[in-house]
Design a protein around this ligand. Sequence first.
Ligand code: FAD
Length: 634
Amino acid sequence: GKAGNRPFGIITDHATFASYEYDYIVVGGGTAGLVVANRLSANPAYTVGVIEAGLHLPDEPLINIPFLFGQSVSDPKLDWLLATTPQPGLHNRSLIQPRGKVLGGSSALTYHNHNRGSAPEYDAWAALGNPGWDWAGMYPYFTKADTVTPGDPGFLPGIISRPGIFNAEDGARQGPLQISYNGNVSFITPYVGLFHESFTSLGAYSNPDPDGGNATGITLTARTVNLETGNRTYATNGYIEPVLNRQNLLVLTGAEATKILFANSTGTNTTLVANGIKYGNPNDTRQYTAKVNREVILSAGAFKTPQLLELSGIGNQTLLESLGIETLLDIPEVGENLQDHLEFNMDYLLKEDLPYDTWDIIRNNATRQAQAWLQYVNKHTGIYSASPATLAFFPLQPFPEEFNVTSLVDTLDKEIAAATLTPIRKKQFESQRQQLLDGSVTQVELAFVPKGGVAHSNEPLLEGRSYFTVVTFLYRPWSSGNVHINTTDPFAAPLIDPRYNEFTFDWEVAARWNQFSRKIMETEPISQFIERPNQPGANTTSLEDWDDFSREWCISVWHPVGSTSMAPREIGGVLDPKLVVYGTSNLRVVDAGAMPINVAAHTAATVYAMAEKASDIILSDRRAHSLTAAIKKL
Ligand SMILES: Cc1cc2nc3c(=O)[nH]c(=O)nc-3n(C[C@H](O)[C@H](O)[C@H](O)COP(=O)(O)OP(=O)(O)OC[C@H]3O[C@@H](n4cnc5c(N)ncnc54)[C@H](O)[C@@H]3O)c2cc1C
């Protein structure tokens, strides 16, 4: 069925979508899925269908306006509202795990940080047994996704020497994402520079080229804001809206895939050939089926893709049997190897007579708020165009007073020796240990935000007062867990257990890094503006206090990856290096779940690059072209 009188663009009618066949069906129109849908449908010879659970919401302010970052979280219109199981290491708290349930997926919800990991991190993916996925293999795809507008020259002088400049090769590309930098137009307060002065006096250094293979240092971080429109740039307006006039592309929104169908769905241990997707939605008892001629690409994200595999009979046989699901492929690692990052928000109440405004002016002064809004609407600049501006990524070595790496590793080695590790984790740990010792990659991050109300705090914000928020991140935790179904109801949430508490290392590094962030705030020049720490209060001082705070108040950074890892079958991979699910001929996974080792970075840029690379792989994979024949042979 080639394009002819087919409907195209975006539809919500389930039956119409089911009445056509597709060469490729992409399940999940999120960050990765829309990249793949765009690249595959560029060839008019292929018909491409996308099944997305959320709706197309191009005019949604919570998505579009940069300064509203974070406000879409927990909004049922945009968020799947997932959560972890109670975590013993976090005082038994369960953490929210927001995911975008909207066309564009989680790329519609991000806080706009757009950065890459360091070269050794991707090299470690390749060393795991994934040829081509090293830094050199990923680099062209990072740049393929982006068009970069450099930052303001002279912005934050002395701290960031070469602001916002990707190297020339990056700048030459014309990718779909309109990437920019915070700068003078987005009203970054002078406090940001002063904070970095305090931080630098305690061992930090700046990095003018964080996306060139060494991500560490204080950086002016690229962000997903289109300076021309003032709006978020994301998978929807970058990758899918511009190609909705392609007559071979049909996007179904408001529909949830419930099962992958196979041409040969009986018996185990044959090579499975996917030939369709079942879908429906929780408000409708009907189920629909769309037929596929070439390939199914799962891009439902690190939680929902493993769920869909398990619902379809691909997973741990024992689990599947316990739920009465027939096992088509016994791959116990589906849903395992789940890795995530943690973050810690701390805020500080400022003195009343301040030399400069903070972003709190929006909350405190109705006139200034109205002015800022007009400025945004008319010029696309000002506070409403701002998002967290500069980030700092560090190994532990620059801070020897806080981190004794040798003793941390000693403790870690003992715990690892006592733990039962799967083969894939053993391999991961080799590179992770090496990178920890040689200081070549980020272990921790720190962000300074010139406003209150970022922290998930129990202290209400005082009217008329200003705040700083310091956000720290644990980017190389050793703990990992899993996500699995516990019911055959396809519309139920999966059980997410990241096991954040597994190794002492994670908690000690978090407590020490958080304690250190207090020291920065007590150091000139940033200290002169602070009246008192708000959350946690001034009585949080000892390492034990900081440990307690960290467990009680941490949240996830919402960077789950690894649940369908790309790695050799023998060590427990789910996907081969072409992202094909082992034991199938034409079922791929292209989303964050494919990352075999989490990157010490915000994850979206890596997901875009993976999806760009995956698209090339799919298009050049001969296997795809012989599939119809393969199905006919069955
Ligand atoms: C609140 C928040 C803030 C973040 N901030 C940042 C940031 O500042 N910088 C950064 O780099 N990263 C950030 N991240 C992480 C980043 O967004 C993700 O790593 C990335 O977007 C994941 O891409 P994905 O393609 O794997 O999944 P998603 O983009 O989540 O796409 C999955 C898609 O599949 C759909 N779907 C799921 N199940 C089904 C089904 N059964 N049928 C049909 N459709 C389905 C979903 O609705 C969704 O559209 C943030 C994440 C969140 C949640």
